[in-house]
Every structure is written in structure tokens, then in C-alpha cells.
Design a binder for this molecule. Structure first.
Ligand code: ZN
Length: 848
């Protein structure tokens, strides 16, 4: 959700509808507030609210650390202690500030032989991420033996299932993830408390637990947010939406923990829902899980956590604490596990068979943080810490008591994948209340073939992403045929007979249009790396190919030997990076119909960027174009768009209504991007005059409702923006017609609060339109209550348009979401082409 801190209290409130078979007579005091929620306009956030500018550090480029298997436990790493920060937002709540974590962990490592801590990466803002492992001491040989078993469970699950001794030897891994939302603090403090208990306990049951399990704690998954008292990390990203994209270093670190530790159970500690909300979830359920195994374990642990939390004895009357609730049991809809963008909805693909979001009860963030007395805040935080600790203890007791079965079920997940078994329809009643509304299945193809038919660089990116997610990818030695198509040698193959086929499929499949089955969803309902990342991806029903496993995609850069000028078609983000690099070097580049033309004299520079970014130049032929130089952007945009534009190598200055009203110097700007936080009508006369002057030479790109309103108010293109339903989102089929922006685009796009354009003036070109069929391929898109705003209304309508307004400004209007959460990589080039075109046709003459 994109709410500025001041508005966090205004989270969209969506009632959890009572479940038909609900056994719980206790209604929460108010409709449960899902902090997973999204506003109707997901990106309409005032850019006046600064995204905290945090220095990017060299750590950005570092790969997250992995668990070493060559040393035993404990490891007793001396953690570096950050400088004291009196402004850390945790302090007001009486909680441990980020700078206080390392000293605590250094101390705990000295108190006995059970605790090991390490730095596994850094946040966007450069803060250390701490992983703690708690287990009984192991020799190096014992650690290696544990790793051999883990590896066998994943890679030889059929044999592992037959090995009766395995479960007796193997320590079941359990993962506690804390504080992924920075202003939901107390999971961290509860984790530290439980670690201390485990480190110092003389209880034989604890000794037994640690002999048979390994407990992994990510102490704070979001130190930037913890320190700043905000939900997002330093880049302004909600980390608990980033798991399929992994754009942020914190998420890559969590992903690596899941891959390396391979936990059987995961809890992800959040706040604040009163009574404490404990998953499993309502439908729709993700179709790529082995849900029969999952729901049995997850429900059992949910009940155990509920008992532990209620057993603390806090009451409504005395403490304002309501009894715990379990959405799967207590609600019909509203808290789903459909998109694998959340921690507990991603972890099952790495073998976790019971995963949970836990929402501790008493609100201490948002307006409460600023308005409640400190004593009241600390009272609430103390209770929240108790509740989170109770959930952790219940979960480790669950793993201890269900040790053998959890391991067996994890093995079974991987076994079904490796055997290529079809998706299982879960038997009704497998747990009480599991009905037809809970059954979701998918169809696994025999394999996916990934080709560079649109862009080799895009194929390479997708392959590397899959490998980073521990999905196995192979490369064909020779050309081969499948489903009537011929694929060239070098095509990539994802054999779906593999242990993590669920993860491969959830990323590569098109997904499903679930509009008919569910009234409302909380977050996105559609995503697809297969359709949105710019590579050619085909599911095939047969597989006969000689292929070799790959550890990384092959290099893709090339420059033709033919002498003369070179063309670089901007078809992938890598092409954008390469072009921006050339422009930064001052290379004399021209722009023509979606491609950059590089003169023969610049071949050495072209060769260098081809190698650096893996891009392919082609002979330019006789074509020429308009001169292009570095595009300087003023952007009134959301955090993900700023991040993406910068990631593409553009120079971006954030602007807003307030920034322009304060007096903005337009002389350094070529193109204005507007999607958020800028209202033309709210500009003062001076600011409006300055902007109008800019519009005689500069270009404008807009997106969404704010962008469309800006277009209308500023009198740019003749076009009426029509809004689809506000919460509609997903993957849509599109038809690209225009040359400047749409040309060469994938056949699919992504929408959230979709828009289309009617009443187009003669100056307007349709770059892309929604397909006449659908257009939704996967996601959720229903009409509004009055019947408007649905998929039907959007059919065949213009989704992206371009044109020159009467002042001469080159303008592009997006009704789609080409940079949403940095996810749809294959759509980024549309924005880049819009920027290059707008800059080259309107800016070139005056830039000198
Ligand atoms: Zn949260």
C-alpha cells in the first residue's frame, strides 16, 4: 500500500466476512484491518511526502550471505555495532533500536553454546541484516551431515522418503521473520526474548528441542523502516510485496535464508490486528501449493498459536485485547494466500509446509505513535511483545511435536514436484471447514521453453531470476521441436519435473482470472514473469531435448561485423541502460522509431556497452533520426517508479505540487513524468506560468488518474480518460499499434486501476489498446456496482496514446501500469521509448 506515514492510520478497512461455518462467536471490535491492503488508487500517493533519501551503498551490489556448511555451531561471530542513533523510532516504544541489536546478539552468543549470529546482507539504506541460528552444538562434521540430508530432501526426495533413519537424524528447520514492515516493531523484541530464553534455559524440553531443530531468526527484516518508523524500506518499497520480484536487497536476503535453511515452518510477525490474526487464510488459495499437506499443518499450528496467545490471559475488559482470530476458520473472504508476493505465501515453494502471517494486536504506529502518551504506547508494545513471543514458542513446540511429519511432508512436496505429478484437488473436509470454495488447482506443463525471440537480454534476465530462486534451468544443445514448434539451440528449458516446480510455475504460468470466484481481493491477483518480463516463454506438453544445466544465463551482447552505423532497438531494460550509458559518454546518438542509431565512429563505445549490459546491436542501414541526448526527468511519481527510472539509468529529480509552487527551475528538465502528487489546478500562477513555458519545449509522460487529470487540466492531448474499477488489477492482453512507444511491446501488459482513452483528437495516436478478447488474462477485474468500469467496457479501447499538443509538447498517456513495483520488466522499455521520443522531438532543438 502506498500511504505516506501520516496516513498510515487510514489503511483501507475491509471487513472480514463471517465464514459460514464459523465457530467463533467473538466479533473483533472493528472490522479487521489488513495491513496487506491496497487503496483503490494504489499509486496515488503525494510525492510531497519525501521518500526517505538514503545513501545507496556498495552493499547494494552484494549478494546476500549464505549459510556456511563447513563450520559447526555455535559460530560466535562478533557483530559490528552501528553508531548510536537517538532518533531511532523504536526508542519511544521502549523497544530495542537497530543499533542495540548487535550488542544484544554479541552478548547472547557468549552466554552458552546455542546461539550463532551473522550479518547476511544490508538493507537498501545500508543497515546490517542479522540472522540468528539457535540449535544444540554441532561439530563441523555434524553440520555437513545436516546439509547432506537437507540437500537429499530437496534433490532426491523419493529416496529421502524411503529412508526411515533420516527423520531421526535431521534437525527440522524453523524460520521466524520479524519486522518486515518497519513500523510493526515487536516481532524483533519477541525474537530477542525467545532467543535469550532458549540460550539460557535449563529445561530438558528445550535441550530436546534444540537437539532436534534449528531455529532461524531474521531479527529485523527491515531495519530502515524500523529506524524511520515507517512500513517501507529506505527505497520506499513494501518488502512484503516484493517476493516474486526481489527488487530489494532485504528480500533477496530473506529468499536466500529460505533456500539455504529450507524451513518446514515459517512465521512472519506483523501488526496490528485486534484480536491477534493468525493464518491460515481465507480463499482464494494459491494454486501452486501442495495445499493438502499445507492446510493440515498450517491449521494445526494456527490453533496452537491461538491457544498460546489466548492463554496469556489478556482480556478485552482489562487490557483491550480481543481473542485471536484465524481467517481460514472465521472469515469467508478478505485475507487470501493467492499472490506469492508475501513472505508466508512465497516460503512454501522452498518446502515450508506450515507458514503464517501473525498480526499482533495493539496498534502503536501511525497516528497512535504520534498521539498516544508514551506510557500507553509502552503498555501496548509490552503486550504485543508477549503475544509475538507466545506465537514463536507455540510454533517451536509445534515443530518439536510434529517433527517427523513436517519433514515427511516437506519431502512429499519435493517428491511430487520431481515426479511431475498433476496438481491435487484437496479433499473437502480435510480439515474442518475446508469446502469447495477452498479448492484451487492448476495445470503444470511438461516444461517451459524460454527463448530470446523478443530480446535475448530479457531471456537471460528471466533465466537468472529463476536460478536465483533455486529453480533449475537447462540449455538446449541442439535445435528441438515441441508442440509443433522448432526451438533453436541455446533455448532455455525449465523441466517441470523438479522439486521446486511450484515456484517455476507460479512465475511462468499466465495465471487465472479469478473475478468470478471471489468478490474482492486485498492485493494483486495477477502477475506473470512469463507474460510480463519480455522473454519468449512457452509451456509445452512434451519434452525431448538434449540439454545441460546452467548456473547462469549465457552472455547476450553482440555487435555486427558489418561496417557502418549501428542500431540498438530499445526492447529491454538492458537496452535502456546501454543507451543511457552511451548518452552519458556524450556519444552522438539519434532516435528513430524505437531504436537508437549509433554512428560508425562510436563502434568501440557500442562494443563496450554490448559487453557490459548484454545488448545486441544490429546494422543501422541508411536510417537517421532526431538527435538524442541524456534525458533529464522531473518526476511526480510513486516510489517504485522513481526507483525503476533510476535503475534504468535516467537522471530523475522528484517534483510535486509543493515543489513547483516553491519555484522550480525547468532549465534542466527535458521530460516531466506525472503519476502522483502533482495537480495542475493546484499550482499557483507563477508555477503554472513556468510549467506552461516548459511545455513549449519539453515532453510529458503521464500515468493513471493523476496523470490523466494533469493532461486534461494542462490542456495537452485531446483525450478523455475513463476509469475502470479501482481495485481491478492483473495481466491484460493488448494490441500494440503505435511505433513510438507501443512498437515491439509484449502482447501483454499490467494494470492496476486500469484506464482507457476515448474522444481522441486528430493529433492522438493509439500506441496500444486493450484486446477485444478478455482483456484480463489473470487477476481480478469486475465491473463497478453500476455495471461500468469492467473488462467488457475496456475491450478494444486505447490503453496508451501519444501525440504532439498544440504547443509542441510530445505527450504520452499510460492507462496501464508499466513500472508497477518494479515487477513487469518487459514493460519498462515502453516508458523508456516514450521518454526518448518525447525528449528527442521536443527537447532537441533547445537543448543545444
Ligand atoms: Zn505488516
Amino acid at each position: 500500500m502506498r500511504l505516506p506515514p501520516a496516513l498510515l492510520a487510514a489503511f483501507l478497512v475491509v471487513p472480514l466476512v463471517p465464514h459460514a461455518v464459523s465457530a467463533d462467536p467473538v466479533a473483533p471490535p472493528a472490522p479487521a484491518v489488513r495491513d496487506f491492503g491496497n487503496g483503490p488508487e494504489r499509486n496515488e500517493v503525494a510525492a510531497d511526502v519525501p521518500v526517505r533519501a538514503e545513501a545507496r551503498t556498495a552493499a547494494q551490489a552484494e549478494q546476500p550471505g549464505t549459510l556456511s556448511h563447513d563450520r559447526g555451531y555455535p559460530r560466535r561471530t562478533r557483530l559490528p555495532v552501528p553508531p548510536e542513533n537517538p532518533a531511532d523510532a523504536s526508542i519511544k516504544l521502549g523497544l530495542v533500536p537497530h543499533h542495540g541489536i548487535a550488542p544484544r546478539l554479541n552478548d547472547l552468543q557468549q552466554r552458552g553454546d546455542r546461539v550463532s549470529a551473522q550479518v547476511i546482507g544490508r538493507s537498501y539504506g545500508g543497515r546490517d541484516l542479522y540472522l540468528v541460528t539457535v540449535t544444540a552444538p554441532e561439530s563441523a562434521a555434524e553440520t555437513r551431515e545436516q546439509e547432506r540430508i537437507r540437500e537429499r530432501i530437496e534433490n532426491d526426495p523419493a529416496a529421502a522418503a524411503r529412508d526411515r533413519k533420516l527423520v531421526k537424524t535431521y534437525k527440522a528447520p524453523l524460520f521466524v521473520n520479524a519486522n518486515i514492515h518497519g513500523n510493526e516493531w515487536e516481532g524483533t523484541d519477541a525474537a530477542l526474548r525467545v532467543i535469550e530464553e532458549l540460550a539460557t534455559s535449563t529445561d530438558p524440553k528445550v535441550a530436546d528441542l534444540l537437539a532436534r531443530t534449528r531455529l532461524y531468526f531474521n531479527i529485523t527484516a527491515n531495519p530502515d523502516g524500523r529506524v524511520n518508523g515507517v512500513r517501507q524500506n529506505g527505497a520506499g518499497f513494501d518488502l512484503n510485496r516484493d517476493f516474486v520480484t526481489a527488487s530489494q536487497p532485504e528480500v533477496r536476503a530473506m529468499r536466500q535464508i529460505m533456500i539455504d535453511a529450507q524451513p518446514v515452518t515459517v512465521i512472519d510477525l506483523h501488526g496490528y490486528v485486534n484480536g491477534t490474526l493468525i493464518e491460515p487464510t481465507t480463499p482464494p488459495h494459491g494454486a501452486n501449493y501442495e495445499y493438502d499437506l499445507f492446510i493440515q499443518n498450517a491449521y494445526a499450528n494456527g490453533l496452537g498459536m491461538e491457544a498460546a496467545v489466548n492463554g496469556l490471559g489478556y482480556t478485552v475488559e482489562k487490557d483491550g485485547v480481543y481473542p485471536a482470530q484465524i481467517p481460514f476458520r472465521d472469515s469467508a473472504e478478505g485475507w487470501d494466500d493467492w499472490p506469492p508476493i508475501f513472505t508466508p505465501q512465497y516460503a512454501p515453494f522452498h518446502g515450508a509446509v506450515a507458514t503464517h502471517t501473525v498480526e499482533i494486536p495493539l496498534r502503536v504506529n501511525g497516528s497512535d505513535y504520534t498521539q498516544q502518551p508514551v506510557e500507553e504506547l509502552r503498555r501496548r508494545s509490552a503486550i504485543n511483545t508477549d503475544v509475538a513471543a507466545a506465537a514463536i514458542r507455540a510454533t517451536y513446540a509445534f515443530v518439536r511435536d510434529r517433527h517427523d511429519r513436517l519433514i515427511a511432508d516437506q519431502i512429499e512436496v519435493f517428491r511430487r514436484g520431481a515426479a511431475g505429478e498433476p496438481s491435487k484437488a484437496v479433499p473437502l473436509g480435510i480439515v474442518p471447514g475446508f469446502g469447495p470454495e477452498d479448492v484451487y488447482t492448476t495445470t503444470f506443463p511438461r516444461a517451459y521453453v524460454i527463448t530470446g525471440r523478443r530480446s535475448q537480454a530479457a531471456a537471460a534476465r528471466l533465466v537468472d531470476h529463476l536460478i536465483a530462486n533455486d529453480v533449475r534451468v537447462e540449455r538446449a544443445r541442439h535445435a528441438f521441436r515441441a508442440d509443433g514448434r522448432t526451438y533453436p539451440a541455446g533455448s532455455y528449458v525449465v523441466d517441470m519435473r523438479q522439486p521446486k516446480r511450484g515456484l517455476a510455475n507460479v512465475m511462468l504460468e499466465a495465471g487465472a482470472d479469478i473475478s468470478p470466484r471471489v468478490d474482492a481481493m486485498y492485493d494483486i491477483s495477477g502477475w506473470s514473469h512469463g507474460l510480463l518480463w519480455g522473454a519468449g516463454v512457452d509451456g509445452v506438453t512434451s519434452l525431448r531435448v538434449q540439454a545441460d544445466p546452467v548456473k547462469a544465463a549465457a552472455p547476450t551482447g553482440s555487435v555486427p561485423r558489418t561496417p557502418g552505423a549501428l542500431a540498438l532497438k530499445v526492447a529491454d531494460a538492458k537496452d535502456v541502460l546501454a543507451l543511457n550509458d552511451l548518452l552519458a559518454q556524450g556519444t552522438a546518438v539519434t532516435w528513430a522509431d524505437g531504436a537508437a542509431i549509433v554512428p560508425a565512429s562510436a563502434r568501440p563505445a557500442a562494443r563496450a556497452v554490448a559487453e557490459r549490459y548484454g545488448v545486441a546491436f544490429t546494422p543501422a542501414g541508411p536510417s537517421s533520426g532526431t538527435p538524442l541526448s541524456q534525458v533529464r526527468i522531473a518526476a511526480a511519481a510513486s516510489a517504485d517508479e522513481l526507483f525503476t527510472l533510476r535503475e534504468l539509468g535516467f537522471a530523475v529529480t522528484p517534483v510535486s505540487t509543493a515543489a513547483l509552487n516553491a519555484g522550480y527551475d525547468w532549465s534542466g528538465t527535458d521530460v516531466l513524468f506525472v503519476s502522483s502528487g502533482l495537480s495542475y489546478t493546484a499550482l499557483n500562477p507563477a508555477a503554472r506560468a513556468a510549467l506552461d513555458a516548459f511545455l513549449t519545449t519539453g515532453g510529458v509522460i503521464t500515468r493513471g488518474g493523476t496523470g490523466a487529470a494533469f493532461n486534461a487540466a494542462a490542456g495537452l492531448l485531446t483525450a478523455t480518460a475513463v476509469a475502470g474499477r479501482g481495485d481491478a488489477n492483473g495481466v491484460v492482453r493488448v494490441l500494440s499499434t503505435g511505433g513510438q512507444v507501443g512498437g515491439g511491446s509484449p502482447d501483454h501488459s499490467f494494470v492496476y486501476s486500469p484506464r482507457w482513452f476515448t474522444g481522441l483528437g486528430p493529433e492522438v495516436t493509439v500506441e496500444q489498446s486493450y484486446a477485444a478478447e478478455g482483456p484480463l488474462v489473470s487477476g481480478h477485474w469486475r465491473p463497478d456496482a453500476d455495471g461500468t468500469g469492467g473488462q467488457d467496457a475496456a475491450r478494444g479501447q486505447a490503453a496508451v496514446v501519444s501525440g504532439r499538443d498544440e504547443r509542441g509538447a510530445a505527450v504520452v498517456l499510460f492507462g496501464t501500469e508499466p513500472m508497477f513495483r518494479n515487477h513487469p520488466k518487459g514493460l519498462f522499455p515502453q516508458v523508456a521509448r516514450a521518454l526518448y521520443w518525447a525528449s528527442s522531438v521536443t527537447g532537441a532543438a533547445v537543448k543545444g
